[in-house]
Design a binder for this molecule. Structure first.
Ligand SMILES: N[C@@H](CCC(=O)N[C@@H](CS)C(=O)NCC(=O)O)C(=O)O
Length: 228
């Protein structure tokens, strides 16, 4: 199987945590996509994934699966023993409820902030990012404020329970963790008053599949190019 992604990107990080948890890393050939160079917007990549984003999973029979939630479902169910996406209808319901919220209320809003409210990945991507829309920057900043406001929602949940959806670590914990890494990188750290969220993040960062994987931080060369 092949995965097209970029080490350290928030969504690639989600999938790499899943691969570590499911012990599937050695079955994957990673293909690095130069996001700052806008390789994901070139026709050869768009033929594979028309939304022009990584990660993309290509199975050995040529089947293409994009969207990190879908890729997580695929890997988690491959061995018939799902540990991240729920075993029972109740667990699956709770997990997908919180998964949607972690995306909609945090990681997607941070993405909008990063790409519109800040210089984002830079000049090569601007043609795909509404460069002439005069309200874009202000809208991006509002999306950042929305993400920050929503951190309190997740904090409230984590005051009452150890993980976001069920009693154990599951898919939305991965999404929230990656979303908070992205937020921090974009300049939106957790408010120190949100102690339950911060404590949960420390605990999650010690879980083996999170701790022992590559890809938590963007590649040094990408950081240098982003700030150039
Ligand atoms: N909904 C997608 C989002 C993927 C996404 O936003 N990927 C980012 C990297 S973390 C990307 O490809 N950004 C480059 C771009 O937007 O052009 C998923 O869950 O996989």
């Amino acid at each position: 199987m092949k995965i097209y992604d970029r080490e350290g990107g928030p969504h690639p990080t989600r999938v790499r945590i899943v691969l570590a948890e499911k012990k599937l890393e050695d079955q994957i050939e990673f293909v690095s996509v130069d996001l700052i160079g806008a390789q994901q917007k070139q026709s050869s990549f768009l033929a594979m994934n028309p939304i022009g984003k990584v990660p993309v999973l290509v199975l050995n029979d040529g089947t293409i699966i994009s969207e990190s939630t879908a890729i997580t479902e695929y890997f988690d169910n491959l061995d018939g023993n799902p540990t991240l996406t729920g075993k029972t209808p109740r667990e699956k319901g709770l997990i997908h409820m919180m998964q949607r919220r972690a995306e909609m209320m945090l990681i997607d809003a941070v993405d909008d902030y990063f790409h519109y409210g800040t210089p984002g990945l830079g000049a090569a991507l601007r043609p795909w990012r509404m460069p002439d829309w005069s309200g874009a920057k202000e809208w991006g900043q509002r999306r950042g404020a929305y993400a920050v406001q929503n951190m309190a929602y997740f904090n409230n949940i984590l005051e009452k329970q150890p993980f976001l959806a069920i009693d154990a670590f599951s898919m939305p914990d991965i999404t929230l963790f990656a979303g908070l890494l992205f937020a921090q990188l974009a300049g939106l750290p957790i408010d120190p008053k949100l102690t339950a969220l911060a404590a949960w993040r420390s605990r999650v960062s010690e879980i083996p599949c999170v701790k022992n994987r590559s890809g938590q931080a963007p590649l040094p060369e990408d950081i240098a190019r982003m700030s150039a």
